[in-house]
Design a protein around this ligand. Sequence first.
Ligand SMILES: *Cc1c(COP(=O)(O)O)cnc(C)c1O
Length: 361
Amino acid sequence: MNNKIYFTPGPSELYPTVRQHMITALDEKIGTISHRSKKFEEVYKTASDNLRTLLNLPDNYQILFLASATEIWERIIQNCVEKKSFHCVNGSFSKRFYEFAAELGREAYKEEASFGKGFYPANINVPADAEIICLTHNETSSGVSMPVEDINTFRDKNKNALIFVDAVSSLPYPAFDWSKIDSAFFSVQKCFGLPAGLGVWILNERVIAKSEALLAKGQSIGTYHTIPSMLSKAVVNQTPETPNAMNIFLLGKVIADMLTIGADGIRKQTEAKAALINNYISTSKVFSFGVEDSRLRSMTTIVANTTMLPGDINKVLEPFNMAVGAGYGSKKDTQIRIANFPAHSLEHVQALVKILQEKIG
Ligand SMILES: *Cc1c(COP(=O)(O)O)cnc(C)c1O
């Protein structure tokens, strides 16, 4: 039996109700029934409708289920870029997204911030011929966030470009103004507290029109997971391929649980927990903030510089059945990352902070 609480930023703790929902899924034979059956269509519709409610999504936005956020990066480039994309790169995930564009034969522009730094949108000039603008709300590698107010400034200056927001490790925390962005996406193993293997893509009619226009021009936009192919099945609450039905079922159930707290309730809890962790970091002898500008500090992935090796920190936490994440990539020995997701209760965070304070200082 593993009783550890994982503050790692994905995979992470499962939402506390997942165990019960998994038993229900087995009892209802969700892993067995056909993905063309009425029952599956109900499962799909529940997940989609509940997400629409939680995110306050307008009717002109569609929800599509794919394998992962990494897949969605590729689908965005294939379906929406004929020649040129633009990327704000503020860490390893946004950088990978940028690289995908070149690997797929497009010309990619980027504005890059050094690790732990973010952007001040007033200083960013998006080239006029960029067809899409790719922003990352929460850089899970560096703990840098792009505040929603900053995301909202891109639309007016770049009327024609489609705006995509990677919100993989923050949704449902950010309250997006949907009129200011065309698309957002996430994977379920971060803030939704589910096992990995499902990516969710939210997109509006402008994104759909772009994929249809590229297809009409004779450009290859992919095969089974083109936007038109996925939409043709989504209208009947199905997917082109045999999907991760188990996870779609669990997503619908976990969002129903989240709706009892409400998106605003989740936001308040997230901020209260982040304040506890940040207060501790500001007084610690071992830790300091990985992101200097407090306005750009992530609420859901808190990154701290550490003078103690992350492995040694986790040795201290081990007897208390807790673990934090090491830094990302080259920061693996000099930073830690603490996930602050809806699955991490206030009690978990209080216990973590208390132990760190007492044992590490
Ligand atoms: C985890 C993560 C991804 C990739 O998600 P996968 O489920 O591994 O495809 C992309 N972007 C960000 C910001 C992430 O944190």
